[in-house]
Design a protein around this ligand. Sequence first.
Ligand SMILES: [Zn+2]
Ligand SMILES: [Zn+2]
Length: 272
Amino acid sequence: MKFSLTILGSSSAVPTASRNTTAHVLNVHERFFLIDCGEGTQMQFRRFRIRFGRVHQIFISHLHSDHILGLFGYLATQTLIGRKKEIEIFGPPDLEKFVRNHFSLFPESLLLPIVFHSLDQSGVFKIFEDKAVEVISFPVKHRIPTWGFLFREKLMGTNNLLNEPRTFAYCTDTIFDPGLATVFAGCDLLYHEATYGQKELNRAVSTAHSTARQAAELALLAGAKKLVIGHFSARYKDIAILLDEAREIFPETIEATDGLTIDIPPRLPSKF
Ligand SMILES: [Zn+2]
Ligand SMILES: [Zn+2]
């Protein structure tokens, strides 16, 4: 049973020749969930051969352009290729207005049904579940209202009695917040932004972002099994400095690169 994350964009606000802005696809038992949708996300689907039609739920962390500008093209293409099946979008309360205002200028260009679900900043909530997964939202600290997401696998049937549910936590964009460790304690994979290196700590704090070292500290505090860092500032031509910084604290750290798929293997109970 698949549980894997594919990185579609690993840059922060400014895309580079090799890194698109933020977007990810999580595959849980061949159900696909799009998490954030930076500009050009639909091209990344093509490039990495992921079928649009397999995504029925989209989760948007916040209303900064590097996380949402791809929605227009993505949704317009869905209409052009004749999609009739409903898409659910979970995001900030103003997201629906943002999307519908755009398409109101082209009244016939968005025919597919979209159901918007507003996220709630007041706590930790289960926002979605189906046969394969449940999704929990939690607020993080950024310059505008922003949410992280925890995806927890659901295991059904006797074939899975020996396995334990796998979990994936998604945290971007956010200032370092050790309080989050309890929300996704023991997660199998943590995606945490590492926009800057520790030398740029002041800049990270003033822009409400994190350093690679801080991402690693949070992974350690949470007891995560693996950390993937991403959302890199375009100022870093080579990410080695960020990776080294994180691995000093948390050796099981990997660098997000566009097109990378991280498979999370089935998890056996500790008594085995
Ligand atoms: Zn961002
Ligand atoms: Zn942001």
